[in-house]
Every structure is written in structure tokens, then in C-alpha cells.
Design a protein around this ligand. Structure first.
Ligand SMILES: Nc1ncnc2c1ncn2[C@@H]1O[C@H](COP(=O)(O)OP(=O)(O)OP(=O)(O)O)[C@@H](O)[C@H]1O
Ligand SMILES: [Mg+2]
Length: 376
């Protein structure tokens, strides 16, 4: 009995951890479904997040191949049992879903479902989605204990889903803010200059025959204004950077991002800062972007318990370190798998610096260290 309970607890806890480790909403949904399917030994598992138009904004399933998906056709509408569960917001456990009055039909290629267990994923009073399982592999169908387990799991899934949404939303907001600022900057700095430039060119054109000396003066102004517009444009491009950096500086911006991750992610994230003076604007952007990518990698791939970020100065060079105690990986073999590691190096090299990635897959020093060095 006790052993049983330990087994279940372990399964739930690892499922919950797997779920919370992922940051994008889509990934979170997929892991929730896969974990629930394993946890309860079901042939099929699915999760739907309803939209406002009677369909599902997201629908993910396990146990169905890509070809089967293709054959089934479009994702379901909110009808039949799924619709009923969304409206009623209570768990449903049935020995045979086809015998239930709420069941309507499914598309021709849909797998035949029999025993069925579905629970809503609640956020307070709101139903965020429904998760359901079908065709338990062990005979006898889903038990009351299964229902309790799935309900408990759904409660954790709700938290993970809400966190993932918050995280995506905060990134979106930061992006929008950045774009608005860019537009304003271009407007204020560059369009004004170009406008004067055009007026001056017109004046020069009208003076050419009448008063060549004054026309020459206007043309010199055209040249000067064009040079200024170019300089403004360059400045805006260099400034292609989060407004946060201006407001809070590099260290504070990093500290805030580390704190956000620490709150949203099951691993613990810490930030350690040593005085670095005020780096140039381009350096600040590069260090921030490298830190973001290294943190994102540690959060997504490492399965770490602790992630530490350190910002400091060594022998006149600015040093950023992101260290995790996760699984580690084969750095040479990972080359080309994604863009992240390559782009970290590119950014550092553009500033006459470098990024090194060291990873150990076993032993007490297990984990990954990303170290960036750039001239201060
Ligand atoms: N801290 C880490 N711990 C474990 N594995 C890692 C870590 N960082 C990177 N990896 C492995 O190295 C691979 C390449 O990383 P990289 O950042 O280049 O690409 P990505 O993260 O997969 O995709 P992208 O960054 O383009 O979104 C990853 O897919 C992952 O397998
Ligand atoms: Mg990456």
C-alpha cells in the first residue's frame, strides 16, 4: 500500500516538474498531456483550450500518429462531450463514452474511444481547458483513484499553464514596447532631418539658374543634412535595444529577468553582481542578449536545480557567466542544432570578445557553463 503510494507520488511529482520546466504554452500543453497519459496508463490523451468562437484555440493529443491526425481532419468544435464538460466544469468518468447521452459523434477516422476520464483545468472559477484520457491499458477502466489523481494533476497543470502564459505575455509586451520606441525614435530623429533635406534640395533647384552662388550654399546644406540623417539613423540602429536598458542599466535589467525566471521556473535562479562600471551601449545589448539565450537554454534544456548568473570584471574585461547544474550536453555534437549558441558567439566576436561553452555530463561538476568575455 505504502509502496503504491510512493510510486504514485513520485509519478505525480515528476510529471509536475516536467510540466513546469517548459516555458512556452504549447510545450507546456504537450508535456501535460504526455505526463497524464503515462501517469494513468491510457491509450489516448488529449487537452483542449477553448476559444471564444466555439472551437479550440489549442488542441493537443497523445497516442495518435501524424497520419491519423491528418485523416481525422480539423480539430473538434465545442460540441458533444467536450462542449458539455466545458459548460459543466465537472469531472466525467464513464465505462463507455458512446453510451452517454452527451456523446454525439466523431469523425469517421477518429479512433474508437470507450472508457473515458475527463477533468476540467480550473483557474479559479474559469475553465482554462479540459484534459481527458481514454482506453486505459489495464483492464477495468478508470477508477475513482484515477479520477482523484487526474484532478490533482490538473490543478498543477493550471499553475504551469498560467505561468507559461504570463511569461509569453511579458515577452510580447517587452517586444511591443521596443517596437513603439523604435518608431518614435525614427520619427523624431530621422524623418525630421529628411524633411528639411527635401526642402533644401527644392530651394537649391529653384536657385540654380537665377542665383548659382546661393544654390551652391543650399547644396552644401543638403550635404550636411544628409550626413546628419545618416548619423541619426546609425544611432537609432545601435540603439536597437530594450528600453529597459536605458531605464535601469544592464545589471538591474539582468537582475529583474533572473528574478522573473526564479519565480516562474522550478529551478532556482540567482544573480551575483560585481561592479562593472558603465559599459558602452552596444556592449550592454550584447551581454543582455547572450545572458537571455544562456538562461533560456538552461531553463529549457538543462533540467537543472540551480542556475547562477554572474556579472563582473576581470583584468579590464567584462565577464558574464551563466552556470547550471543540469544534465550537460555534448557541445560539439550540438553545433548546428539551434541558432542560440552560434548567435551568442557572433555577438561577442562583433565586439572583439568571445563566448565559451563548457559542459560536463557526469560527476560532481556536472552541468554547463557559458562564459562571455568582452572588452569593458
Ligand atoms: N544549458 C544546457 N543544458 C543542456 N543542454 C543544452 C544547454 N544549452 C544548450 N543545450 C543543448 O544544445 C542544443 C543547442 O542549443 P542552441 O541554443 O544552439 O539551440 P536551441 O536552444 O535548441 O534552439 P534555439 O536557441 O535556436 O531556440 C540544444 O538543443 C540543447 O540540446
Ligand atoms: Mg537556445
Amino acid at each position: 500500500m505504502n509502496e503504491d503510494r510512493d510510486g504514485v507520488l513520485h509519478a505525480v511529482s515528476s510529471a509536475v516538474l516536467a510540466v513546469t520546466r517548459h516555458l512556452s504554452v504549447r510545450e507546456v500543453l504537450q508535456v501535460i498531456v504526455r505526463s497524464a497519459q503515462r501517469l494513468l496508463d491510457a491509450r489516448y490523451a488529449a487537452l483542449g483550450v477553448p476559444d471564444e468562437e466555439g472551437a479550440f484555440a489549442e488542441f493537443v493529443a497523445e497516442g495518435i500518429s501524424d497520419e491519423e491526425w491528418e485523416a481525422i481532419g480539423p480539430t473538434p468544435r465545442q460540441h458533444g462531450m467536450l462542449g458539455a464538460m466545458l459548460r459543466e466544469g465537472t469531472p466525467v468518468r464513464l465505462p463507455d463514452i458512446r453510451r452517454d447521452s452527451r456523446f454525439e459523434y466523431w469523425p469517421r477516422e477518429h479512433p474508437v474511444l470507450k472508457d473515458f476520464l475527463g477533468v476540467p483545468i480550473h483557474d479559479g472559477d474559469r475553465v482554462l481547458g479540459i484534459i481527458f484520457l481514454s482506453n486505459k491499458r489495464t483492464p477495468g477502466g478508470f477508477t475513482e483513484a484515477d479520477q482523484r489523481l487526474l484532478t490533482m494533476f490538473a490543478a498543477h497543470a493550471a499553475i504551469a499553464l498560467t505561468n507559461a502564459r504570463l511569461y509569453e505575455r511579458s515577452r510580447e509586451l517587452a517586444l511591443v514596447e521596443e517596437r513603439t520606441r523604435m518608431a518614435r525614435e525614427l520619427h523624431d530623429a530621422v524623418t525630421q532631418k529628411l524633411f528639411s533635406l527635401r526642402l533644401t534640395a527644392q530651394a537649391a533647384a529653384s536657385l540654380v539658374t537665377r542665383d548659382p552662388d546661393r544654390a551652391l550654399g543650399e547644396l552644401e546644406r543638403v550635404e550636411r543634412l544628409a550626413g546628419e540623417a545618416l548619423a541619426e539613423l546609425r544611432a537609432v540602429i545601435v540603439e536597437l535595444r530594450p528600453a529597459e536598458l536605458d531605464r535601469h542599466g544592464l545589471a538591474e535589467t539582468l537582475r529583474k529577468q533572473v528574478r522573473l525566471l526564479d519565480r516562474l521556473h522550478p529551478a532556482s535562479f540567482a544573480f551575483e553582481e560585481h561592479p562593472v562600471g558603465v559599459p558602452g551601449p552596444a556592449t550592454e545589448v550584447a551581454v543582455l542578449r547572450v545572458a537571455q539565450e544562456a538562461l533560456h537554454n538552461a531553463a529549457r534544456h538543462a533540467g537543472a536545480e540551480r542556475v547562477a548568473v554572474r556579472l563582473g570584471c576581470e583584468e579590464g574585461r567584462l565577464v558574464l557567466e551563466v552556470r547550471d547544474d543540469g544534465t550537460g550536453f555534448d557541445v560539439a555534437a550540438a553545433a548546428g542544432r539551434g541558432l542560440g549558441i552560434a548567435s551568442m558567439s557572433d555577438r561577442a566576436q562583433a565586439l572583439g570578445g568571445s563566448v565559451s561553452v563548457t559542459s560536463v555530463t557526469s560527476g560532481p561538476r556536472r552541468g554547463t557553463l557559458v562564459r562571455m568575455e568582452v572588452p569593458a
